[in-house]
Write a new protein. Sequence first.
Length: 118
Amino acid sequence: MNVQGGSEWVVDAYGCDPDALRSIPRLQALVNAIVAEMRLRPVATPLWHQFPGPAGVTGVVVLSESHLTCHTFPEQGYAALNLYCCRPRAPWPWETRLRDALGAREVRVTELQRGERT
């Protein structure tokens, strides 16, 4: 069996600015930068959901390459992003960009190779 998967980035950002984590425009700008700079191709309009009160935001972009998601937790200063691409991509500067966009003090990036089986 020959299976080709792709790369998945699981990204955790800690110590983020709570206001940034509640701001759909700021999160949209971040997601737009990821999509543009990694040359990803959305197949539909991104979907965003603002939770009530001081809670966060969930965003999903369906890509021809797979998906990009963003979940924020302002009360914890935490953001979780997940990008799965079925085609190879150059590394993206997650740490720098999340510090700039969200004020993250710590960023952990785990890259997984998916589906590789020969």
